[in-house]
Write a protein that binds this ligand. Sequence first.
Ligand code: B16
Ligand code: MG
Length: 216
Amino acid sequence: MIRGVIFDLDGVLVSTDELHYLAWKQLAEELGITAFTKEDNKRQRGVSRMASLEVVLEKGDKTYTDEEKAELATRKNNYYLKMLDTLTENDLLPGARETLLMLHERGVLTGLGSASKNAPVILEKTGILSLFDKISCGLDTTKSKPDPEVFLVAAKKLELSPEECLVVEDSQAGIDAAKAGGMKSLAVGPLYQTMGADYCAKDLADHVDWDTILNA
Ligand code: B16
Ligand code: MG
């Protein structure tokens, strides 16, 4: 029986990948890296800020100290935060708010399991912060998906066992993390049919058989 649903953020509830891309692109150009593309950006989905920085730096030929890397990541995050200023509830992905409300009505707990350290700001700006019982994000964790840490922290905060949780994810690393944590998974997004999840749907507005999923 599923008693809690843990949602990934970027690509499941809201699409911030274009903003991440534009902010990394701006940094790359300042560093003289012109080869960073949208294709590279796909590899940054669901991974931590520092791992995303490595994806940018490997397209150039300079090496940086850890201190310099920390400064570069902060610089990118400042560009990204400025871009988040324009985020509103209109940026929620189809079915996101409705699904959270439906789960609450059924008495199912809701959690967030996101790599982003900006997750609380994004939930606030899109008006769904109050629809979460507990939040686990990049501020609570040290390991990136496919490590299950972020989902295990969410389950612990919800006071549920992994078997009682379903993870909703759009990235392969996220589906792998759910499995590694002993949780069931629902895949959404462009790769939903190919990630080996227990259930899949184009997006949260697509037909999802919640009766079957929650009673499994
Ligand atoms: P931040 P998710 C992830 O969000 C993004 O998909 C990924 O591109 C980003 O690097 C990561 O958050 C960290 O974000 O720089 O805001 O801490 O899919 O796990 O919700
Ligand atoms: Mg994601």
